[in-house]
Design a protein around this ligand. Structure first.
Ligand code: LCS
Length: 401
């Protein structure tokens, strides 16, 4: 293959999604990055082996420590996020746990968004507390709550925006300014937007996490995670932790995700167009009480979303009449739209956070985070808008008056 003049970092984002990470030089001129399905890599000599272990010579050693197919995906997502480098992990949760393990010590304190993916909150609140790490959960859509929660022992600020599942937005640059003023590590979970729509590292984040299971892979067939840092120092620390604790990615998994990421821009553009039209449709539906979609002018953080995102995304939350019962009716009545957790795939999925993804949280915490019984979470896919509208309409029609 001819070497390209343009570095991936200098490409525009759709070009990055397709080309970043592809091998610059290949033996056979293969266009698709191959699956290097090998757990170990031979050294030309004992001296080369020693030099690779010492980090003095490039080259692979062992797949838990690094693999060419996995590296290609890491380069791709790091380019999309405009970061220093990426570290692929087995799942999104492996990315979240690796960041906490790498940077939190006994006695440290975390300030986190209160409306985050349920297991991320459980990790902080129930597991890391065993190691002496305390956390405070606040509504970070109001930055004064973040500022007020900071203590002398605070080490890290953890933000998810848009929030899962309320779709509230945090001013990412503003949160970054607070973190920087207090010299705190600022970590953003970018899963709900993806780097195609939002790049937290450009807004002051030190570290960005993505569950690749969602938009980046986009086909609801693989799990995976990625950590991208702004600095080499944080990258090195995290790399050591991920390699040592072992939550690394398999090459076949990486190859499938590389295949998915190439169409990230196309998928998001299409699904986002559907989402805007469906949010308008839901807003005027008699069985719907409220709709939370950042693209609606009445969304409380619509202006911030406009400023920090390149589009409003494909996730909609809405409240239906008759509370829990109404939500269950919708979920049992949809035909085309699939009742399943997860999000960001080509197919539309619907779920009920209070009884599914966020059921592990006590009711009081759920309600404080806006996760009401009536809340239905809708991941809009790439189907035809009219088919989705008809399906939603018949399912909402089944809710009693
Ligand atoms: N961060 C966010 C914001 C997520 O939504 C999820 C998964 C994760 C991290 C963890 O990623 P995983 O380990 O599953 O790759 N969210 C899910 C959800 O809302 N429904 O099903 C999974």
């Amino acid at each position: 293959m001819k070497s390209r003049k343009k570095e991936p970092r200098d490409m525009r984002k759709s070009t990055k999604a397709i080309h970043a990470g592809e091998a610059e030089h290949s033996i056979y001129g293969e266009v698709s990055v191959p699956i290097f399905q090998s757990s170990s890599f031979a050294f030309p000599s004992a001296a080369d082996g020693a030099a690779r272990f010492a980090g003095e010579q490039p080259g692979y050693i062992y797949t838990r420590l690094g693999n060419p197919t996995v590296s290609a995906l890491e380069e791709n997502v790091a380019a999309l996020e405009n970061g220093y480098a990426g570290i692929a992990t087995a799942t999104g949760m492996a990315a979240v746990s690796s960041v906490f393990i790498a940077f939190l010590n006994q006695g440290d304190h975390v300030v986190s968004t209160n409306c985050i993916y349920g297991p991320s909150r459980i990790m902080l609140e129930k597991e890391l507390v065993r190691f002496g790490v305390r956390s405070t959960f606040v509504d970070s859509s109001d930055l004064s709550n973040v500022e007020r929660a900071i203590r002398p022992e605070t080490k890290l600020v953890f933000v998810e925006s848009p929030m899962n599942p309320s779709m509230s937005i945090t001013d990412l640059r503003g949160a970054g300014e607070i973190a920087a003023r207090h010299k705190l590590l600022y970590v953003v979970d970018n899963t709900f937007a993806s780097p195609y729509l939002q790049r937290p590292l450009e807004l002051g984040a030190d570290i960005v996490i993505n569950s690749l299971t969602k938009f980046i892979n986009g086909h609801t067939d693989v799990v995976g995670g990625m950590i991208v840092t702004r600095t080499e120092e944080n990258h090195k620390r995290l790399k050591k932790i991920v390699q040592t604790f072992g939550g690394t990615m398999d090459p076949h998994q990486a190859w499938l995700i590389l295949r998915g990421v190439k169409t990230l821009p196309l998928r998001i553009e299409r699904a986002q167009e559907n989402a805007m039209k469906l949010a308008d449709f839901l807003k005027s539906h008699p069985k719907v009480i409220w709709v939370s979609y950042p693209g609606l002018a009445e969304h409380p953080q619509h202006e911030i979303a406009k400023k920090q995102m390149d589009g409003f995304g494909t996730m909609i939350s809405f409240g239906v009449k008759n509370g829990l019962e109404g939500g269950i009716t919708v979920m049992n009545t949809v035909e085309l739209i699939t009742l399943a957790v997860s999000l960001g795939g080509v197919e539309s999925l619907i779920e009920h956070p209070a009884s599914m993804t966020h059921a592990s949280l006590p009711r009081e915490q759920r309600e404080e985070a806006g996760i009401l019984d009536e809340l239905v979470r809708f991941s809009v896919g790439c189907e035809d808008f009219e088919d989705l509208r008809e399906d939603l309409d018949q399912a909402l029609g089944a809710i009693g008056d």
